[in-house]
Design a protein around this ligand. Sequence first.
Ligand SMILES: C[S@@+](CC[C@H](N)C(=O)[O-])C[C@H]1O[C@@H](n2cnc3c(N)ncnc32)[C@H](O)[C@@H]1O
Length: 209
Amino acid sequence: VLDPDLVEFVLAALPPSPARVLEVGAGTGELAGALTTAGYDVLAIDPASETPAVRAVALHELDEPPASFDAALAVVSLHHVNPLVESCRRLGELVRTGGRLVVDEFDVERLDERAARWRLDQRPADHPHIAQDGHNHEPAGIVADLQKHLHPLRRLREALDEWFELEEPVRGPYLHRWDLPPGLRASEVGLIAASRLPETGARMVGTRR
Ligand SMILES: C[S@@+](CC[C@H](N)C(=O)[O-])C[C@H]1O[C@@H](n2cnc3c(N)ncnc32)[C@H](O)[C@@H]1O
């Protein structure tokens, strides 16, 4: 189910439709489908795709004409993208000068043990991932493991900066969207306001130089 807050952010940040949009790391293509319905011409890519609606290719291997997109969108995918610098270069080549970059991210650098613990505590006992990622149930281990494997927002900004003029990120909640049952956003926002959880979400827009 699409998060209405995410859809609102994306629609406000994209140039008006019609426009050609590249969605990087599109997963099942649900958001790309909503954007198509809204009048955008969307190419959704994801190397793990199993649906024809999302082209199964990694960003750095995408073969499309240079400057052929008016905007690019990435929802919690850039922190996974490898090789990072080459992928960002490809993104820069594909978006036209003046085109828009819209990024919704999880900043792994801000993840701490409180956040990892809160997330574990919100998962129902029969959550399928509890059995799957049985290798690590300890908050400290989860934080260390993710910080070892994912790019922090700082690194993403450094790699994108050559191509895109980036606005300052807007920090906010993210944990409630991370494989948890719906309805937890307000709790996370309240705990952030009380300084009991870090802001692990970050949203930013950029313009192709
Ligand atoms: C956390 S998922 C997010 C999926 C979707 N955007 C969503 O919000 O549900 C990250 C996605 O990035 C994709 N990904 C990983 N490496 C990638 C790459 N090099 N190029 C494009 N997508 C990639 C993964 O396959 C995965 O589907």
